[in-house]
Design a protein around this ligand. Structure first.
Ligand code: HEC
Length: 362
């Protein structure tokens, strides 16, 4: 009787068994030519480990090492759920390595729009030409939603600066669908290629000629509600969070109205480099393998984490850094006010000036 109760109280796999599985997994990952098929015990341990540790530390390593194609559905789930994190990118590439990239293509063409948008982003991590061709197809399908086609456009172009001139030319020639102009403007205005940025500014600029001086703008009052919309459409959300929307790359602006008055808000937008906020200075890092990274840097004892525009992060060991240079310019591009009419800029500043701790939203 007592023994029976004890058995019921014991969990199916005890912590000790789990520790044993982890040990087995760690060990076989270190062996160069371990034949998993040759050991039933190891196979069982790996199977249990993968089941218990979905998305865990060794999950993708194990699947890659032994080309466990039957695990592709779990990898797909990880690629989609964590699409904006490094592990999601790794999962996406692994799908292609496993010969299961088709799962991403199927999700992209499926009816679940949220999943399809995530699949588009996941494909951008893979650089797989077959899958990229699927993105191009989606881009041309007018029946698909703007959200999905925008995601496809972003996935195809955002990180590929060498294709930005081509996109710029398409927009100029009026070849891009109107509902994709917004996304195209964000990609091009934030391009790493300064020539493209200049071209985009000229193309998307609305305020022609002289902009009234700040002293003049300060005399006007704007429409904060219109300003809130502009915050979302004039690239601010790509780098700032306010009212719960946007990406946290630059300083959060949810309480900026407490910190800056209207005059300094205008200056922060028109001439960002005049006063760069502490902790948000830009750095240029060059690594031993020749990669150039520009962004905001956080340092620990051994490593640097660079947060880049768009919010993606990369961590590099200090021993791998060859050059680390502080930029004199703000990471916020100058001249963003040129994307607006003076009236719109006044509306935007009105909105920002009302973002206060005490405002209670709305
Ligand atoms: C490419 C990224 C990027 C974009 C786009 C961008 N910003 Fe910034 N912004 C930054 C960074 C980085 C800083 C901090 C460095 C500095 O002060 O220049 C900053 C600083 C600011 C500040 C000062 C914040 C403070 O705490 O002092 C304001 C205000 C601001 N941005 C408003 C805007 C508005 C409004 C837009 C849209 C028109 C915008 N930003 C677009 C990156 C960006």
């Amino acid at each position: 009787m007592v023994a029976g109760v004890l058995v019921l109280l014991l969990p199916a796999s005890s912590p000790a068994d789990e520790a044993k599985d982890i040990l087995i997994v760690e060990t076989i990952l270190r062996l160069d030519d371990f034949d998993l098929g040759g050991s039933g015990k190891a196979q069982a341990a790996v199977g249990r480990y993968l089941k218990e540790n979905w998305a865990g530390e060794r999950y993708l390593d194990l699947i890659r090492r032994f080309s466990l194609k039957e695990e592709a559905p779990g990898v797909l789930r990880l690629a989609l759920e964590q699409v904006d994190a490094p592990i999601g990118g790794e999962a996406s590439s692994l799908l292609v390595e496993l010969g299961a990239g088709g799962l991403l293509g199927k999700t992209l063409h499926g009816e679940d729009v949220t999943a399809a948008v995530r699949a588009a982003k996941a494909i951008a991590h893979t650089n797989d030409s077959t899958l990229l061709a699927e993105l191009t197809k989606v881009l041309a399908e007018a029946s698909r939603s703007t959200a999905l086609r925008s995601a496809a456009l972003g996935a195809l172009y955002r990180k590929n600066a060498h294709r930005h001139p081509e996109l710029l030319a398409q927009v100029k020639a009026g070849e891009l669908a109107n509902d994709l102009r917004q996304t195209a403007s964000e990609i091009l205005l934030l391009s790493r290629d300064p020539k493209v940025r200049e071209g985009a500014k000229a193309l998307f600029a609305v305020g022609k000629g002289e902009f009234p001086p700040v002293s003049e703008l300060l005399k006007r009052s704007g429409d904060a509600e219109a300003g809130r919309v502009l915050f979302g459409t004039k690239t601010c959300v790509v780098c700032h969070q306010a009212d719960g929307t946007g990406i946290n790359f630059g300083p959060g602006l949810s309480e900026i109205g407490d910190k800056l008055n209207k005059a300094t808000l205008y200056q922060a937008i028109i001439e960002p480099s005049a006063g760069i906020s502490m902790g948000f200075e830009g750095w240029e890092i060059i690594t031993q393998d020749g990669a150039q990274l520009v962004g905001i840097v956080q340092e620990s004892e051994e490593a640097l984490t660079v947060t880049m525009i768009g919010g993606s992060k990369r961590t590099i060991l200090k021993s791998e850094v060859t050059t680390k240079k502080k930029l004199a310019q703000s990471l916020m591009y100058p001249g963003l006010h040129r994307l607006m009419t003076p009236e719109e800029l006044v509306d935007l500043v009105e909105y920002l000036s009302m973002l206060k701790k005490t405002s209670g939203g709305s």
